[in-house]
Design a protein around this ligand. Structure first.
Ligand SMILES: *Cc1c(COP(=O)(O)O)cnc(C)c1O
Length: 401
């Protein structure tokens, strides 16, 4: 599935070049670097590719979310509505700002259910953040409409959906900003890295300053002499990551084409029994096909499906058991497990109703996830692998339906 499947001599050459030139840092050393800035090139290439005005490269997808929220000024007393089915980083990014993550429900798209968010909007809500899980867009029309109606920011967690589209436009470009993660599990990877795309100049500048201690980045003077725009922190990307990213980006379309072809081939060879559905996609055309999700009639049949498919040689997961991506399993979130004496937002004077995040909080999410079987898709597969997956899926249906 992930981008390191795509590594070849080109990534090796790109890294070698950076090391040979001894220019591993994205900023400074203007006199000796021959005007070569790989991270900046990567940012421009990403902005061009996804049709955004700006792109900021950062150290991880989590950093992208966090820097993005900081750039919007999200802080104590603010609430952000998002999904209980996401990588925990989406929720941690909100907490790190001292703000309150409010978790609604998902629907059979496995993404945030637009119908579940409206009741959760309060005067403290600042933004709604759908997460495009498994490379397929949430219902962005519905979320845009709700955000407009209530005067909220739409922000997308598009970390695991780089290259996915919604009605022909790339996810990540619908809201105030959109992040892409480049960690080793994602379609493209640079080891660790993240990107934030945005059309908003003001937010872009704030994120740029914040991610590098407030540096204003004036290349005509030495870095040490630069002025400070704000307090910030270090979430910089290195030139090594930038150089790998440039090569990886060129492989994106090919990888997506392969994944789509593979998923289509697998599905063409199996009939879905009555009562079985595929994950519901608001825009099937835009799916990057990194996963194949089958929704069984109930939790029991999902377990039987999983067992039989595994015995037939292809293992799949049942999503309700996913401890890092489903809030039901996050004791640390329930407990506010920080090391500090006072923990904001948990012990924050600006927060009136800190949610309890109890395991029973999301009945509809639990229903969907406990009957959802997921297969990871590889970019490069042969006929044998396709046949074996079809075989396993058929065996799963036979045992469960
Ligand atoms: C991967 C991921 C992140 C975090 O990205 P990292 O690069 O691993 O920090 C955030 N949100 C979602 C939905 C992700 O899949």
């Amino acid at each position: 599935m992930p981008g390191f499947e795509l590594f070849d001599q080109r990534e090796i050459d790109a890294v070698t070049d950076v090391i040979k030139r001894k220019m591993v840092h994205r900023y400074s050393f203007q006199e000796t670097r021959n005007d070569i800035y790989r991270v900046e090139e990567f940012e421009k290439a990403v902005a061009d590719k996804f049709g955004a005005k700006h792109c900021l490269a950062v150290s991880s997808g989590s950093a992208a979310l966090y820097v993005g929220l900081r750039g919007l000024g999200i802080g104590p007393g603010d609430e952000v509505i998002t999904s209980p089915f996401t990588f925990i980083a989406s929720v941690e990014a909100i907490l790190e700002c001292g703000a309150v993550p409010v978790l609604a429900e998902i629907d059979e798209s496995l993404n945030l259910d637009p119908d579940s968010v409206e009741d959760l909007i309060t005067e403290r809500t600042r933004a709604i953040m759908p997460v495009h899980m498994f490379g397929a867009a949430a219902d962005l029309d519905a979320f845009s409409e709700i955000c407009e109606e209530y005067g909220l920011w739409l922000i997308e967690d598009s970390c695991q959906a780089m290259g996915a589209t919604y009605h022909g436009k790339y996810v990540g470009t619908f809201g105030k900003w959109g992040p892409y993660s480049l960690d080793p599990y994602k379609l493209l990877t640079v080891g660790e890295g993240g990107l934030i795309v945005t059309d908003n100049e003001d937010v872009y500048r704030k994120m740029e300053y914040y991610h590098d201690h407030g540096h204003i980045h004036n290349f005509s003077i030495p870095r040490g002499a630069e002025g400070k725009a704000c307090l910030g922190f270090n979430f910089r990307m290195s030139e090594i990551q930038g150089a790998i990213g440039l090569v990886q980006l060129e492989k994106l379309d090919g990888a997506i084409a392969n994944l789509r072809k593979n998923k289509k081939r697998i599905l063409e060879g199996v009939d879905l029994p009555a009562g079985v559905r595929l994950r519901d996609l608001p825009d099937p055309e835009g799916d990057i096909a990194t996963q194949l999700v089958i929704l069984l009639p109930d939790a029991d049949s999902a377990k039987k499906f999983q067992e039989a498919a595994g015995e037939a040689g292809c293992s799949c997961g049942i999503l309700s058991g996913n401890t890092w991506h489903y809030a039901r399993h996050w004791e640390t979130l329930r407990e506010g497990a920080y090391y500090s004496r006072v923990r904001c937002p948990y012990d924050c004077p600006y927060v009136e109703d800190m949610p309890l995040y109890r395991p029973i909080e999301w009945p509809r999410t639990h229903d969907v996830l406990s009957r959802a079987a997921v297969f990871g898709m590889d970019i490069f597969v042969d006929d044998l692998k396709i046949a074996s997956m079809q075989n396993a899926i058929r065996a799963g249906f036979k045992a469960s339906i």
